[in-house]
Design a protein around this ligand. Structure first.
Ligand code: XIL
Length: 378
């Protein structure tokens, strides 16, 4: 009798344990679940995703990511097309999407020479405006946008792509009119508009020594002036043979040495051959084939190399997760990637973490299985 009772108790306990463990067993790992102790894992959203039309992508975004950035709709051209006209329709939806899904929302970007509304730096005759007028325009632009999303957008790419690879300042209209001051001014205005928002300097080719030294100097100078800067954003548009991982690592260390965080803000890796920008790419059919070698699918050998290199980068990011606070992929699936159109239009690239069928790439699958030990099978 006693034995029978003990057996019953053991049976009930075992059943309870299995029941309690069941939800755990059912919950498949996601990027955010495996990486949340390391850094935020974000993604850039296009308009089809923001409006919910691309339901496949939206599922992935909600499942795997805990941070979002707008790929285009907060850029000056889109959000402030004329001096007295803002268009917040898509940006409002983007911010709501992030809030509804408890995501860390990033604003991209406040001051950038590209995708800049035509009116911004010039007068009616197309001549550069005076420094005072440009300062007022920058202030209004930043106050209005940052102010509108105050407390909701948690971090801003304040200035994008202002320094060249050799460390010199880009000769943008902002620079022509205001000199180096336009950068600290933009940060000052952004901080005044939302004192709680994180503020970032963001740029590409951040592994390059000249740019690295100049950005380190810039950050140090801004800190000396008492301006808020929370992170340096390394865009992270990579190629299969570019950059050298060691250079990228050196830059992570250099930016972190200033005391700010590092973020990988626009991560992707083109699987296609790099392009010489000066080449006349419409020369011959053969040349076009060389530039767009995988119009149907990515061969296994290339895919293996691509995955192995992406794993190397993810391992590097994990290694430095004490200073890296966010990784953001520049799009959801390969079909969404800007790399299909840049720097050559009409190529088929394979640059993102999910393929055109919305399936995770091999290195992502491995990461989900064994987060801290990505295999490096070449
Ligand atoms: C790209 C977008 O992905 C494209 O859709 C758009 O046509 C051009 O801009 N650096 C940046 C991003 O900071 O804003 C750019 O995004 C890619 C390069």
């Amino acid at each position: 009798m006693k034995n029978k009772r003990i057996l019953v108790i053991i049976f009930v306990c075992a059943a309870l344990c299995v029941y309690a463990a069941k939800p755990l067993l059912l919950e498949e790992p996601t990027l955010k679940s495996v990486l949340s102790s390391k850094f935020l894992i974000g993604v850039a959203l296009n308009s089809a995703q923001i409006t919910g039309c691309d339901t496949n992508a939206v599922k992935i975004i909600k499942r795997h990511f805990n941070s979002v950035v707008a790929e285009n709709c907060m850029k000056c051209q889109a959000i402030h097309p004329e001096e007295n006209r803002y268009d917040f329709r898509l940006a409002d939806k983007f911010v709501k999407f992030g809030e509804d899904n408890n995501m860390f929302i990033i604003g991209h970007c406040l001051i950038w020479h590209s995708q800049l509304a035509l009116w911004f730096c010039v007068d009616k005759n197309g001549e550069n405006v005076s420094p005072e007028i440009l300062k007022t325009r920058m202030k209004n632009h930043i106050y209005t946008i940052v102010g509108r999303y105050k407390g909701r957008v948690k971090g801003w790419d304040v200035v994008n792509e202002a320094i060249m690879e050799d460390g010199s300042y880009r000769r943008s209209r902002f620079y022509e009119i205001l000199g180096e001051d336009f950068i600290p001014l933009a940060f000052q205005y952004a901080h005044e508009a939302d004192p709680d928002a994180e503020l970032y300097y963001n740029d590409y080719n951040m592994h390059a020594t000249g740019k690295r030294n100049a950005v380190v100097k810039l950050v140090n100078e801004m800190k000396t002036k008492g301006l808020r800067i929370d992170a340096v954003g390394m865009q992270g548009h990579l190629g299969m043979d570019y950059p050298i991982l060691k250079d990228f690592e050196q830059s992570i260390l250099a930016y972190a040495s200033t005391g700010v965080n590092v973020m990988i803000t626009e991560w992707d890796m083109s699987a296609l051959p790099a392009v010489n920008h000066t080449a006349n790419i419409s020369d011959t059919l053969a040349y076009k084939k060389v530039l767009n070698p995988y119009p149907d699918f990515l061969p296994d050998s290339v895919s293996k190399r691509w995955n192995s290199k992406m794993a190397d980068y993810m391992n590097l990011f994990i290694k430095y997760s004490n200073v890296i606070s966010r990784i953001t992929a520049w799009g959801v699936s390969d079909g969404d990637s800007w790399k299909n159109g840049f720097p050559v239009r009409g190529r088929k690239d394979y640059a993102l973490l999910f393929n055109r069928k919305y399936q995770p790439k091999e290195f992502v699958k491995k990461l989900l299985k064994e987060p801290l030990k990505l295999d490096r099978d070449k």
